[in-house]
Design a protein around this ligand. Structure first.
Ligand code: SF4
Ligand code: SF4
Ligand code: SF4
Length: 258
């Protein structure tokens, strides 16, 4: 019997699902080996249980929590699909702004004043903290990046079909970057999150003349203190460093002097 595979999305741009649909050259081969039972971008069907559930998007609301708990309960293996699901992504920046200020930025001064005095508004807004899915449920595997890397999606699918666990080496983006013989952008006084970020993306942004913004999330063994010191040594100011950590990683280097 073919494994039943489903895709779900929460707050996201659906770009990671699109990246999978764009794997046209091998997608038909994969579809011959699995039973695709839910995929809102391509199917209308639903199913009661899944062998593998791919979940895209970050968690914001109470109903999101109920829904992800339900998906988890019906899934044998659950994969976080992309930076929104893995780390909260850029929308998690809103967690660093006080709810009333945040509300006022979006809905105006009158709403900002109201949220501070109206318990119903406050209740609504205070329940919209942005979280990655592993803040709510157990995640069995992570496909990182904004968007995901199709090669890693294929590796994961092949591994699961062979009954093995996919392995993604915990190397920094700097490893990919050195392999590509790029000039280090820190030498030009630019910020780069490469030393503390999960590699595997082939340092695509640096190869193209940009910097690494850290879309694949912080490595578990990242030396954040050393990274901050390295950027300071290259005359990058603390405001810029803080902004970079908040951008994709939802991380606040508090207590590290930044
Ligand atoms: S990780 Fe990026 S590409 Fe994927 S759904 Fe989120 S915003 Fe879109
Ligand atoms: S800091 Fe950035 S540019 Fe420098 S080697 Fe690492 S990834 Fe490449
Ligand atoms: S270089 Fe950095 S920002 Fe670019 S894809 Fe890789 S991890 Fe993401």
């Amino acid at each position: 019997m073919k494994p039943k595979v489903a895709f779900f999305d929460f707050s996201s741009c659906e770009g990671c699902q699109l990246a999978i649909l764009n794997c046209e050259d091998i997608l038909l081969d994969i579809l011959n080996l699995v039973d695709l039972v839910e995929f809102r971008m391509a199917l209308t069907e639903t199913a009661p249980r899944y062998d593998v559930a791919f979940v895209e998007g970050s968690i914001h609301r109470d109903e999101d929590i109920e829904r992800i708990l339900d998906i988890r309960a019906r899934s044998t293996y659950l994969v976080a699909l992309g930076a929104c699901a893995c780390i909260g992504n850029v929308q998690a920046r809103s967690n660093f702004v006080a709810p009333a200020v945040n509300y006022g930025e979006i809905y105006g001064e009158e709403a900002r004043n109201r949220v501070q005095v109206d318990p119903d508004y406050w209740d609504l807004w205070s329940h919209t903290r942005v979280r990655p899915i592993d803040a709510i449920v157990k995640v069995d595997a992570y496909l990182r990046g904004c968007p995901i890397v199709p090669r890693e999606f294929l590796h994961l699918v092949k591994s699961l079909l062979q009954g093995t666990q996919p392995f993604f080496p915990p190397n920094a983006v700097c490893v990919d970057c050195k392999m590509n013989e790029n000039e280090c952008v820190l030498e030009r006084g630019l910020t780069c999150m490469g030393p503390v970020t999960w590699g595997g993306c082939d340092s695509i942004c640096i190869n193209s003349g940009y910097v690494c913004d850290g879309c694949r999330g912080t490595l578990p063994h990242a030396n954040v203190e050393a990274h901050i010191e390295l950027m300071r040594e290259h005359n990058i100011d603390d405001r810029d460093i803080r902004s970079r950590y908040r951008l994709f990683m939802g991380a606040e280097p508090i207590g590290r002097g930044v």
